[in-house]
Design a protein around this ligand. Structure first.
Ligand SMILES: Nc1ncnc2c1ncn2[C@@H]1O[C@H](COP(=O)(O)OP(=O)(O)OP(=O)(O)O)[C@@H](O)[C@H]1O
Length: 255
């Protein structure tokens, strides 16, 4: 089996106020996997994500991406390889047009001309926004802005796409459209979410984080059917939703 594309080993973290957030997290994600990171409010999910691209550093333990330690020396390469789509697309869109926003990252990598144009087109097409390259991001709907935020990350051709609450604030149609888009992408995914039906649809594996520790990790159908685990960590499926009624998502991982 090849080295994991994401690896956290014994990761501890506390914010400057001393509040401990991660208490010895071990997590391996292999290429091709789609993993949901679940857990109650305050479990440490966003804190964990911020360790993947070096915004936060562990007090103890190691984080590595595609075999590279997340440290000062490897930061640029790590940030190319892990693309994080934050919850608010407006944190990621700041250029006058959609096309310029999507071009921003690859341009910083040195791409120019036809190569840059092709990269932008491909990323916008992947999220169904190819027709909108010349529009101003602030003229788009929230759902369209979230898709463009995904495209800004895809344009970097990351090894891992990390999504923080991808379905939040989307109407049902936009939620479904984004699920279809994510389902078609051929990239390793780590998705932080409270939307458990989304997880059943998109992620074959689920990891449960609670009070800064991994307390569950397994096939999504099994994790969500574990009533004791779910109740202990404030995870609730919509009323009447039976995780066993959804066929388990299976994907071949390239290991
Ligand atoms: N900048 C900060 N300074 C101090 N404490 C923080 C900071 N950011 C988060 N925390 C605390 O760290 C803990 C973990 O927060 P985090 O945002 O990682 O949780 P989460 O699992 O992503 O929660 P949610 O599901 O609500 O988004 C919480 O107790 C939170 O109050």
């Amino acid at each position: 089996m090849s080295a994991p594309v994401l690896e956290l080993a014994g990761v501890h973290h506390a914010y400057p106020d001393g509040h401990p957030t991660l208490r010895g997290v071990d997590l391996h994600v292999h290429r091709g996997e789609r993993v949901a990171l679940l857990g109650p409010n305050g479990a440490g999910k966003t804190t964990l994500v911020l360790h993947l691209n070096g915004i936060l550093r562990p007090e103890a333990g190691q984080v590595s991406v595609a075999g590279l330690p997340v440290d000062e020396e490897h930061l640029l390469e790590v940030r190319r390889r892990v693309g994080v789509v934050f919850q608010d697309p407006d944190d990621q869109l700041f250029m006058p047009t959609v096309g310029q926003d999507v071009a921003f990252g690859p341009r910083n990598l040195g791409l120019r001309g036809d190569e840059l144009r092709a990269r932008v087109e491909h990323a916008l097409d992947a999220v169904g926004m190819g027709e909108h390259a010349d529009r101003a991001p602030h003229h788009l709907s929230f759902g369209q802005r979230r898709r463009v935020a995904v495209a800004t990350v895809l344009a970097m051709q990351p090894d891992v796409l990390v999504l923080d609450e991808p379905s939040s604030n989307l109407d049902p149609a936009s939620r479904r459209e984004l699920a279809d888009i994510l389902d078609r992408l051929d990239v390793t995914v780590l998705m932080v979410t409270h939307d458990l039906p989304y997880v059943l649809q998109l992620c074959e594996r689920s990891v449960v984080l609670s009070e800064g520790r991994v307390v569950g990790d397994g096939p999504t159908g099994e994790v969500l059917a574990d009533e004791a685990l779910m109740a202990a960590h404030r995870l609730e499926l919509p009323y009447g939703f039976d995780p066993r009624s959804v066929p388990p998502r299976t994907r071949a991982t390239t290991q």
